[in-house]
Design a protein around this ligand. Structure first.
Ligand code: CDP
Length: 222
């Protein structure tokens, strides 16, 4: 079945940076499931769809063809034939992703895609429900977190690096709202799987976190 590493946790904990580096080091495939929810959000924003009731979301769901391709280890999301990867990391899209992610049809559609990509491969997959729902048999499950202040600062720096001006207090409020949505929704809420290992990255560098997870993996394999 391949070796599966599941990394879950709240916004700004560093999941995607860490997961990507681990995948590179171990020569695993990196699957960013947040980008898939973000692609659905982009579809709603781009098409000006404001009606978010269940029936309409279901209808829209049927109009979205979402595929994943890889280019030098980087994941691309193809939405109805268009590569939308470059449009997905804004705060607007992140907020909308958390709103559409409560919908059952959307989750089922994306979970099918996530399991299909994972298949027999060795993968590192990050998201909110990977250890609990998508890959419950993953051999290594990590719950990555950090204090709200550290997470807000990281997101602020990510935006600044891209030349997007942002206010750290607004980002903190957005992250808090999104965490609340993600942790309290009815279907597949964000929570630590019983067999997941908690890694608090508040006081750790990226390299330290990567080294810790790789050593957990090696310990598991020996
Ligand atoms: O990078 P960041 O942690 O800010 O967000 P992301 O991983 O790109 O996910 C964006 C949003 O998609 C989250 O706030 C969740 O609401 C949703 N999501 C989800 O419900 N399940 C997943 N497996 C991944 C993301």
């Amino acid at each position: 079945m391949g070796y599966k590493i599941a990394i879950d946790g709240p916004a700004g904990a560093g999941k995607s940076t860490i997961a990507k580096m681990i995948a590179e080091k171990l020569d695993f495939i990196y699957v960013d499931t947040g980008a898939m929810y973000r692609a659905v959000a982009y579809f709603f924003i781009h098409n000006g769809i404001e009606n978010l009731d269940g029936a309409n979301v279901k209808l829209m769901c049927a109009q979205m063809d979402i595929r994943i391709s890889y280019e030098e280890g980087n994941q691309n999301v193809i939405l109805n034939g268009k590569n939308v990867t470059g449009y997905l990391r804004s705060e607007e899209v992140g907020k909308m992703a958390s709103i559409v992610a409560v919908n059952r049809e959307i989750r089922e559609k994306l979970i099918d895609l996530q399991r299909y990509i994972s298949g027999e491969e060795d993968v590192v997959m990050d998201g909110r429900d990977i250890g609990t729902q998508v890959l419950p048999d993953a051999q290594l499950k990590i719950y990555l977190t950090a204090s709200i202040d550290v997470r807000a600062r990281r997101r602020f720096e990510e935006l600044e690096e891209k030349g997007v001006s942002a206010n750290i207090e607004d980002i903190k409020a957005d992250i808090e709202t999104r965490d609340k949505n993600d942790m309290n929704r009815e279907i597949a809420p964000l929570c630590q799987a019983e067999d997941a290992i908690l890694v608090d990255t508040s006081e750790m560098t990226i390299d330290e976190v990567v080294a810790k997870i790789i050593s957990l993996y090696k310990g598991n394999c020996s």
